[in-house]
Ligand binder design. Structure first.
Ligand SMILES: Nc1ncnc2c1ncn2[C@@H]1O[C@H](COP(=O)(O)OP(=O)(O)OP(=O)(O)O)[C@@H](O)[C@H]1O
Length: 270
């Protein structure tokens, strides 16, 4: 957790303020169980990196948390609200306090960047046009896009700009938590590192909590405060990079102690 986030957490008297709590969640399709009694906590102000082998169920968990897939059992408490017990209004309030950046950005191609950012505002708020424009421009600035990007369509943007525009849309309602699904996939290493820096900056300045599904070792090793590894249908191990290095699970070992990881570690240590 960053110093700023820690200070903020201490101010409210709880340095381990849980924003998302997943308890014994089981999800399956037909005869196949994908997640089996999986539990995971995400704390306020942290960047949690969620990693696991391809097909392990990272997207399934994310979609379950977002209410897009029905779980078989277990509880998910987001921002203090047990999602199973939420009525429509409570669900809407939780939805307003979370932002999502789907893989590949998932911007509406027929809308400009400005209009894309305004989609959540139109859905949840009743604001005059001029105010919505001002707010959207603020988000554009926040994610490091030039003002001129506002009137562009997604097809006119580079991959990195699309990610930033999608992040701006995820931040449209000043959420408490953002879910990022493979945010740096498709970006070159410099673009990916810049995106990671942006996410860390937003966490520091806005006190944002970040749940990041990623395969990107650089992100995991340099941007994330904590890492959770999905395997065998549950969270195999969670903790710091050191905890990953100390883990004896073969997949975790090969992932975090492989050649690529050693290269990143050497670069980080200068
Ligand atoms: N709607 C669905 N119906 C049936 N099976 C599904 C459905 N969605 C996902 N699955 C299965 O659940 C398993 C986990 O898939 P998921 O997409 O969550 O993996 P992942 O960890 O996100 O993989 P990747 O890193 O490759 O994106 C896979 O075997 C997939 O085929």
């Amino acid at each position: 957790m960053s110093v700023v986030a820690q200070e903020r957490a201490q101010m409210v008297g709880d340095s381990r303020n849980v924003v998302l709590s997943v308890r014994e969640v089981t999800v399956g399709f037909g005869d196949t169980v994908v997640l089996d009694k999986l539990s995971l906590d995400v704390y306020r102000g942290e960047i949690l990196g969620f990693v696991g082998a391809s097909g392990a169920g990272k997207s399934v968990l994310l979609r379950t948390i977002l209410g897009l897939i029905r779980k078989r059992s277990g509880t998910i408490t987001l921002l203090g609200q047990d999602l199973d017990k939420a009525n429509d209004r409570q669900r809407m309030l939780v939805d307003m306090r979370q932002g999502v950046l789907f893989q590949h950005g998932a911007l509406f191609s027929a809308l400009t960047v400005l209009e894309n950012i305004q989609v959540p505002m139109r859905e949840y708020l009743d604001l005059p046009r001029q105010l919505m424009d001002e707010l959207a421009y603020l988000k554009i600035e926040l994610v490091g896009l030039p003002r001129s990007a506002a009137q562009k369509y997604p097809s006119e943007l580079s991959g990195g700009m699309i990610k930033r525009a999608a992040l701006a849309r995820a931040l449209a309602l000043d959420p408490d938590i953002v879910f990022l699904d493979e945010p740096t996939s498709g970006l070159d290493p410099i673009g990916a590192a810049e995106f990671d820096e942006l996410v860390a900056k937003l966490r520091d300045t806005m006190g944002l909590t970040v749940y990041m599904v990623t395969h990107d070792l650089d992100s995991l090793l340099t941007a994330c405060d904590r890492i959770a590894v999905l395997g065998e249908k549950r969270v195999l191990v969670e903790g710091t990079v050191e905890d990953m290095l100390a883990c004896d699970d073969p997949w975790v070992k090969s992932y975090f102690r492989g050649k690529r990881a050693r290269q990143i570690d050497r670069t980080a240590r200068g």
